[in-house]
Design a binder for this molecule. Sequence first.
Ligand code: SF4
Length: 537
Amino acid sequence: MLLTSVFGPYAQDDEFGSRAINPMELYNNQVTRAQGAFSLRMFHRSWGIMMIQANISAPCTLLDFPTRLDFAREITGNEYDVVGISSIIVNVGKVREMCRMVRRLSPRSVVVVGGHVAAIPGLEGMIDADYIVRGEGIAWMRRYLGEDDQAAICHPAIISALGSRIMGVHLPDGPGSTAATIIPSVGCPMGCNFCTTSAFFGGKGKFVNFYETGDELFDVMCSVEARLQAHNFFIMDENFLLYRPRAMRLLERMKAAGKSWGLSVFASANAISKYTMRELVELGVSWLWMGLESPHSSYAKLQGTDTRSLTAELREHGIRVLGSTIVGLEHHTPENIEKEIEYAASHNTDFHQFMLYTPVPGTPLYREMKEQNRLLDDVDMADVHGQYKFNFRHAAISRDDSKKFLDWAFVRDFERNGPSLYRICRTMLQGWKRYKDSPDARVRERISREMGQLGSGYNAALWAMEREFRKVNRAVSEQIGELRREVQAEFGVASRVTANLLGPVLLWTTRREEKRLAAGWTYEPPAIVERRNWAAA
Ligand code: SF4
């Protein structure tokens, strides 16, 4: 069997649906995209097909980020019974082309298409596939192969990011130097009307647990820790904290085993409110992605929450926050939207994602817009990703203006709050001051581990950022300078020496990167081939 993601390149406009505006870099695409050389850039693997490959017994090749030529070579150089193609909605043009290539180059192969692209209504008529898999794919593939679809889920060792880069410098991403991704569940029962992930795995009230208990999750994390020498875990679960019994049992096991793991999680405000700050810190939550949406939205997850106080409190405990705001909600008008964006920026989160309100196929919002006849017919699927323009008729904001407001939101957040790298340093220092003498040795160990970076490389980055911003944004430069002095007061001569030696180098790499980006430089992920059970083949 061959399991493959769609072919690249991804960060350039082409006839198959690649878009320069929508590169394969989550942060640079939709979080830090206005931050120039300070934008955090990284690639994430195609976790869905990695999970499927690890949970079937058939000889299987996984091809991630191939070129068209790589894909053609793979299907002509081997005799695959099944070619499984995983894709998101914007890449439907590439899926169509890959199905066509399989029919021509490997006509005996069965073609299976899965991932969010399967949510497109009428996909059957757009591509030449034998099967289209909607929802969770491991169980489907096991059933297709005649294997036990109820067997325990085996978790592959997944490095959370590759090709990480900031200020023109590549960050190490081998074992031991980056987080490991763990996928405890898919879907989210909150069922917000725009949410593709929730809709894809069943919608409101539904989700699929791969690991039901904290004990199972703990065992999986220990196994991945050993394989990748990871201390930090990126928990890829849309609303990890919502299921409190599992998280609290995980905490018990972490305490008993003395694990000082750091956890990066997604959670809605109502889920976070089920925990005290101490519980979050003891659980190792060091980074949290939370939907802020809008102060006037009616999403159940936000009812009764003052999101500004909540984000400030999380940061006071050293928890870096990525807030997410929607631009173009139904109540937005050209008159009130700037005020709402200003309000979003006033959260002063470490990172801020802005997304257009977008009816994506498969979601309740899409169905609602379709019923109201408000979907725009002439929008290419490749442009339905929330970072370009509306794909529906908004009552008060035009399609072209939607992009202007979205772009301005990123710029305004950056202008007001400075680079995210500076902001995470600030939050880490708050955590250090609060917990460096914590009675919990695990918490002390985690915070010290993080602070080792702040006293060295991060402080040099502060040195460079302070100088780079002097001319363009004096207020931000002064804030960065103040933080640098605080860091140096905490960490003494060594941090000062590092800043003075490494800072000028980072300033140079930052300026070189700015020039490259201005000249149109883009980044692509490397093609990866992984074979499993292959000797048996
Ligand atoms: S809470 Fe977040 S993950 Fe859950 S449905 Fe709403 S937007 Fe989706």
